[in-house]
Design a protein around this ligand. Structure first.
Ligand SMILES: [Zn+2]
Ligand SMILES: [Zn+2]
Length: 321
């Protein structure tokens, strides 16, 4: 009897540890954005980094989740949608939210190809739409498909869990910030994913003041050629705890609905057994002569033959297993 009781107690404890928890993973995808939000067993991915992050994202998702209730492609730039084909290959996805349903470019086409293979719809969300993710609430604050500047198309959304909150801004620039401030959308949040990798075209002092975050996360690549994050942005964030993926790698927040804790996780690093060429969609051993001829931009690290094939790559004739 006592044994049964302690077993039940153990089960209850195990269940409450696995559910009743929100985790937000700001993934280190180099120069780009990808955030995995997991709440009470349900998951959502906001952006998927650049194509070179494909294998990392694929492995991370396979380890952390079994499906995605939603993917939010904030806007169709390569550093945000590049890894989304890999995400669709990793796990089933219910719906993709995007400010556009058609777009020119190879990366978008590959996203559409894998979305259609899964019969996953691509939907333009309405501002103020909200949906549950486990016990959390996701709210679309801004979506501007007609924006002249592509970054301003960015879907801006918030996640509320108990009294804790996160704001995700994609690459939304100052015009979007101005619109949200004018419309008085609820911006106040504990954690701000800083827009556009910390560029000076976003994060106006008025916007930061309205969000009034305790933490700000900047997702950018080490030594990136754009000089992200810019000085002006860091100045606007004075007094806020700033965490950067180029310095810390992947950053994970946990919330129990009341308190936030933060940790860094680097357990999902990819060891490249193969290098894929995202242009030819062939994969090679790192010492294959073709790899030397590849531009850095086209190189995609791949962990195994199985992963490479699952991601749509074909083996190079001279790189036999
Ligand atoms: Zn962008
Ligand atoms: Zn970007």
């Amino acid at each position: 009897m006592k044994k049964t009781l302690s077993l039940i107690l153990l089960l209850i404890l195990a269940t409450s540890a696995a559910y009743a928890d929100l985790s937000v993973h700001f993934l280190d995808v180099g120069q780009g954005d990808a955030t995995l939000v997991v709440c009470d067993g349900e998951a959502m991915l906001i952006d998927g980094g650049s194509p070179s992050a494909s294998q990392f994202l694929f492995t991370y998702l396979r380890q952390e989740v079994v499906s995605l209730s939603a993917i939010v492609a904030t806007h169709p730039h390569d550093d945000h949608i590049g890894g989304l084909a890999a995400a669709l290959n990793a796990v089933p996805v219910d719906v993709i939210y995007s400010p556009v349903t058609t777009w020119n470019g190879k990366t978008w086409k590959s996203l559409v190809k894998y979305a259609s293979a899964q019969v996953t719809p691509i939907v333009i969300p309405q501002e103020r739409d909200s949906f549950p993710l486990g016990g959390a609430t996701v709210t679309i604050l801004h979506c501007w498909p007609e924006a002249w500047a592509e970054n301003d198309m960015s879907i801006v959304l918030r996640v509320d869990y108990g009294s804790t909150s996160f704001l995700f801004t994609g690459d939304a620039e100052k015009m979007s910030e101005y619109m949200m401030l004018t419309e008085r959308v609820p911006l106040k949040a504990d954690v701000l994913k800083v827009a556009h990798h910390g560029s000076r075209y976003c994060s106006s002092p008025e916007f930061i003041e309205a969000v009034a975050p305790s933490w700000a996360v900047i997702s950018c690549g080490e030594g990136n050629p754009y000089g992200h994050p810019h000085e002006e942005t860091l100045r606007a964030l004075a007094g806020v705890k700033v965490l950067r993926t180029d310095q810390l790698g992947t950053i994970v927040f946990h919330s129990d609905g009341q308190t936030l804790t933060v940790s860094t996780a680097d357990v999902h690093e990819v060891t490249a057994t193969y290098i894929g060429n995202r242009n030819s969609m062939k994969f090679h051993y790192p010492d294959c002569a073709s790899v030397a001829d590849m531009t850095e931009h086209n190189k995609v690290p791949l962990a195994s033959r199985e992963d490479a094939i699952a991601l749509g790559y074909k083996p190079c004739g001279s790189c036999k297993p």
